[in-house]
Design a binder for this molecule. Structure first.
Ligand SMILES: Nc1nc2c(ncn2[C@@H]2O[C@H](COP(=O)(O)OP(=O)(O)OP(=O)(O)O)[C@@H](O)[C@H]2O)c(=O)[nH]1
Ligand SMILES: [Mg+2]
Length: 303
């Protein structure tokens, strides 16, 4: 799977993001609810240090609601979490109250120091296509007026008051995805976080069909109208993606299938399964057991 982020791009994005982060009190880490893990980059946490954040899982209208609930419970162990849909507006109303709760202590401290209470400054950060602009627009939608440029903020950015105690940076922060392994790359491609030009849509479709068969067999059966083992060729034939000689245009079939998957026409799916997270963690602890044992052996050998 090709990666479209080159080291130069990453360095530039990181520098810009660090500059933006200097001016905010709290960060909204925006992820894709279909990929609560793969759509987030742990580097952000490193860059944030102690700065508070809330995790927002966007596009929850496209994700499996049961998985979303389970992920919220899991992620809540670390920071406040909300599931929203910037497209429908669902859950967006909870964002400001959550920010206020998270920042209550800081506001109290400001007041105790006699600092005139200023608004909490917030920005949205996330990987490409996770819905940053949609969420910012949604939050600004009801805002009365821009508060104008303020010194120190990256040129071109503005603070917009979205509530009497909260100001939002109008330009979201862009972070690149963490390409942990091939599977993460495929999942990001399926969700639309990687440009189609660098994706192999046929390979992606084949992976997705197999994944659906395993994870959501009922939805796949409905989509393929109960035709057993329907493949890209079958989908193409059904959709009339034919070239001269009656052959199926596989590329076209893959394009249609991926587009429908992303739009939610097949159903609501979560590509990062919470069960797999637990399993991975178990694997990791097993690995670290082995490592400990090894170091024990080495220590013994040295003694
Ligand atoms: N179904 C659904 N689609 C959404 C939602 N939020 C955003 N989208 C769609 O996702 C696509 C990307 O949204 P943007 O807001 O442009 O995402 P972005 O993070 O600003 O993308 P970049 O600026 O390219 O990094 C658009 O087609 C949106 O309409 C959502 O909650 N649900
Ligand atoms: Mg955008």
């Amino acid at each position: 799977m090709s990666i479209q982020w080159f080291p130069g791009h990453m360095t530039k994005a990181k520098r810009l993001l660090l500059d933006q982060l200097r001016w905010v009190d709290v960060v909204i880490e925006l992820g894709d609810a279909r990929l609560p893990e793969s759509s987030r980059n742990p580097l952000l946490q490193e860059m944030l240090g102690d700065k508070p954040k809330i995790v927002i899982l966007n596009k929850s209208d496209l994700a499996d609601p049961i998985q979303t609930e389970l992920w919220i419970k899991e992620l809540r162990k670390v920071s406040p979490v909300l599931a929203v849909s910037a497209a429908t507006g669902a859950g967006v109303g909870k964002i400001v109250p959550t920010l206020e709760r998270l920042m209550a202590d800081k506001i109290e401290k400001w007041a105790a120091k006699g600092i005139r209470a200023r608004a909490i400054r917030v920005m949205v950060v996330g990987i490409p296509n996770c819905g940053k602009s949609s969420l910012v627009n949604n939050l600004i939608g009801s805002a009365k007026a821009k508060t104008g440029n303020k010194p120190g903020v990256t040129r071109g950015n503005q603070w917009i008051r979205i509530h009497d105690k909260v100001e939002l940076m109008d330009t979201p922060g862009l972070l690149w995805p963490k390409f942990e392994d091939t599977e993460v790359g495929i999942k990001l491609g399926a969700a639309g976080a990687i440009r189609d030009e660098v994706l192999n849509l046929e390979e992606l479709s084949i992976w997705l069909l197999a994944w659906l068969k395993q994870s959501y067999p009922d939805s796949l059966q409905r989509y393929t109208e109960n035709v057993q083992d329907l493949d890209l060729e079958g989908i193409g034939r059904k959709r009339g993606c034919l070239v001269k000689g009656g052959q199926v245009d596989i590329f076209k079939a893959a394009q249609i299938f991926i587009r429908e998957f992303r739009a939610g026409s097949l159903g609501r799916f979560t590509l990062d399964r919470i069960e797999e997270k637990s399993r991975k963690e178990e694997d990791n602890s097993f690995e670290s057991d082995i490592t400990n044992e090894h170091s024990g052996i080495e220590r013994d050998a040295q003694n």
